[in-house]
Design a protein around this ligand. Structure first.
Ligand SMILES: [Zn+2]
Ligand SMILES: [Zn+2]
Ligand SMILES: [Zn+2]
Length: 255
């Protein structure tokens, strides 16, 4: 399994428009954060988790070569408004690409992307996809993807657990609470990636402290924060974290 962080930033991205703070002006490339997404190559399948507004740049910069399935955590703007760029993959691959999410997420996707062709066999111009409601694990080739229901403020949304090649990963970019049943889905992980928005508390996201507590409870072999704001300088944040908890950056790959 190979995981690429395509984006590790909050909804505004870092640098944030109109901000002159130290992190936004930083020369450290690890402080440049696109909106959140990961790309997973496993069992010869290429899976994309969310389609943020930066998707075109992310694909070109980090070498996303193919997309066999798309998984959407929830339909907030920072996670879906690069969706139209899926068009290039359905054109190149000459086929419809399955797009998975919770029933509420898929309903919202159908509404927001009502021009997307789901049936035609002529190719070009618009993404060719098959929107698919997901209430249970799905198989993409030999890869199993399991929904992990979490709270995001008052919304009930998904994170995902991915099992392939004897390895396991879970990805929860937006989260303010993990229900008891979902902790059971997060046992025995090699890699866990969890929302750790900023130092201060927030109504719809874990703060860094809350994220660390939950990462320690989950106890994956490697743990990462994501969905970071301009309040966090990469090096200072990494230095402040307990051993075993890491700050990723855009373009980081794990094998
Ligand atoms: Zn700033
Ligand atoms: Zn969100
Ligand atoms: Zn978000």
């Amino acid at each position: 399994m190979k995981i690429t962080f395509l984006g590790t930033g909050t909804s505004h991205g870092v640098p944030m428009i109109g901000c002159g703070c130290e992190v936004c002006r930083s020369d450290n490339p690890k402080n440049k954060r696109r909106r959140c997404s990961i790309y997973v190559l496993a069992g010869e399948k290429h899976l994309l988790f969310d389609t943020p507004p930066d998707l075109r740049d992310q694909v070109l910069t980090f070498g996303v070569e193919r997309v066999d399935a798309v998984f959407i955590t929830h339909p907030h703007a920072d996670h879906i408004f690069g969706f139209d760029d899926i068009c290039r993959f359905s054109d190149l691959q000459k086929g419809h690409i399955p797009v998975y999410g919770s029933p509420a997420t898929i309903a919202s996707m159908r509404n927001k992307f009502d021009y997307v062709d789901r049936q035609s066999h002529s190719f070009g111009g618009v993404p060719r996809v098959v929107f698919t409601e997901m209430n249970a694990p799905v198989e993409v080739g030999t890869v199993q993807v399991t929904p992990v229901p979490v709270k995001h403020g008052t919304d009930n949304i998904y994170g995902f657990r991915i099992d392939a090649d004897g390895k396991s990963l879970a990805y929860i970019p937006d989260c303010s609470g993990i229900p008891q049943e979902s902790f059971r889905t997060l046992e025995n992980l090699d890699v866990m990636i969890l929302d750790g928005l900023r130092p201060d508390k927030h109504t719809t996201h874990f703060s860094i402290e809350e994220c660390v507590e939950n990462l320690q409870r989950i106890g994956a072999k490697r743990s990462f924060l994501t969905h970071l704001t301009h309040h966090s300088d990469h090096e200072s944040l990494q230095a402040s974290l307990p051993a075993g908890i890491e700050v990723p950056w855009d373009g980081l790959t794990l094998s």
